[in-house]
Design a binder for this molecule. Structure first.
Ligand SMILES: [Zn+2]
Ligand SMILES: [Zn+2]
Length: 108
């Protein structure tokens, strides 16, 4: 059971982090801190309306069973709670004010 959960988690977190296993916001790679975030919307609402589990192992297995649908990303607990508190993570606010100072940085 443990092994199976770890495998599911590996695939889900790998997929949603482009196999970086890092927070999409601050880049933390400590897996203990990482979680799956519903990008657009409220986890409580999606769970009520679509029956999508809110988080943890039920969510990971659901994502895998559903073919890893778009709309989720890997973030750490800090960024996740910051996002829900302020509407966006404080890192992003900081980044934005930092990039306002410089010109457009389009390094593709
Ligand atoms: Zn983070
Ligand atoms: Zn952040």
């Amino acid at each position: 059971m443990m092994k199976r959960n770890r495998r599911i988690k590996y695939q889900v977190f790998g997929h949603y982090s482009n196999w970086t296993f890092a927070c999409s916001c601050c880049g933390v790679t400590e897996r203990e801190f990482l979680t799956i975030d519903h990008v657009a919307g409220d986890a409580n609402k999606t769970s009520r309306e679509f029956g999508i589990p809110r988080g943890g192992s039920p969510l990971y297995s659901w994502l895998l069973k559903s073919g890893l649908p778009p709309g989720f990303e890997v973030v750490c607990m800090n960024c996740n709670s910051s996002k829900w508190k302020h509407g966006e993570c404080v890192h992003k606010k900081m980044n934005r004010s930092a990039s306002d100072v410089g010109q457009s940085d389009s390094n593709h």
